[in-house]
Design a protein around this ligand. Structure first.
Ligand code: PGA
Length: 251
């Protein structure tokens, strides 16, 4: 049995006061981490404040990291630095970073290797554009991303990886993939992991769906066999909704 994992992706939202206010509202209401992993991925400026105030059942994640430990990379933050302030997770290869900040599969591969080296838990994002889906290129796109992003990772590492399937056309658009489409593509990711590694690894790896997940569709998505959780943008910003989303994962 794979433990569900619900992660909020706050993107570039929330001032320090807003972030702390959220924390005070959710802390007492998070279910046991024996039943579900609950994660909030916040922007760099509030990470330390959140780590200091996180309750026992909630973990904090970053939304990006650099693959070098340190160096002349103005404006960047390293995985080692994130780890040193007590952050547990890091999102890698979100489609917004791939599209707007020119992140390549080769960068993403280096970031994944570094995340494992410094003992951060990576959440790798993959997914197709609307054009790719309409041209039947979804499986090709996702397989190409997985092959390149996971290059030279060991099966022990991949077993601990979380993959978020996020169709680009469903992110922030209010257009959720149907639970069938989401499950089918998460199943394809699992099959690809089996081909690249083995059955045991593919059965252990946790695969989230992301893209306009909200309180009204989480139950159906979580009932699908290949979906082990969700990566949630907009709906994770409200404390009440986040509490509902996390609890939906253990029903
Ligand atoms: P959304 O974002 O839930 O607002 O669609 C998901 C994501 O980008 O991770």
């Amino acid at each position: 049995m794979r433990k569900p994992i619900i992660a909020g992706n706050w993107k570039m939202f929330k001032t320090r006061d807003e972030a702390l206010n959220f924390m005070y509202q959710v802390n007492e209401k998070m279910p046991s981490n024996k039943l579900v992993d609950s994660v909030v991925c916040a922007q760099f400026t509030v990470l330390r404040d959140l780590v200091k105030r996180q309750g026992d059942e909630l973990k904090i994640g970053a939304q990006n990291m650099h693959f070098a430990d340190e160096g002349a990379y103005t404006g960047e933050v390293s995985g080692l630095m994130i780890k040193s302030i007590g952050v547990a997770y890091v999102i890698i290869g979100h489609s917004e970073r791939r599209a707007m900040f020119n992140e390549t599969d080769s960068d993403i591969n280096k970031k994944l290797h570094k995340a494992f080296e410094v003992e951060l838990n990576p959440i790798l994002c993959v997914g197709e554009s609307l054009e790719e889906r309409e041209n039947n290129l979804t499986e090709k796109k996702i397989k190409d991303q997985l092959v390149a992003d996971l290059a030279n990772l060991t099966k022990d590492q991949v077993r601990d990886l979380v993959i978020a399937y996020e169709p680009i056309w469903a992110i922030g658009t209010g257009k959720t993939a149907t639970s069938q489409i989401a499950d089918e593509t998460c199943g394809f990711i699992r099959k690809t992991i089996e081909e690249l590694y083995d059955k045991e690894t593919s059965e252990a790896i946790r695969i989230q769906y992301g893209g306009s997940v909200k309180t009204s569709n989480i139950d159906e998505l979580m009932s699908m066999p290949n979906i082990d959780g969700a990566l949630i943008g907009g709906a994770s910003l409200k404390a009440d909704d986040f509490i509902t989303l996390v609890n939906a994962a253990i029903k």
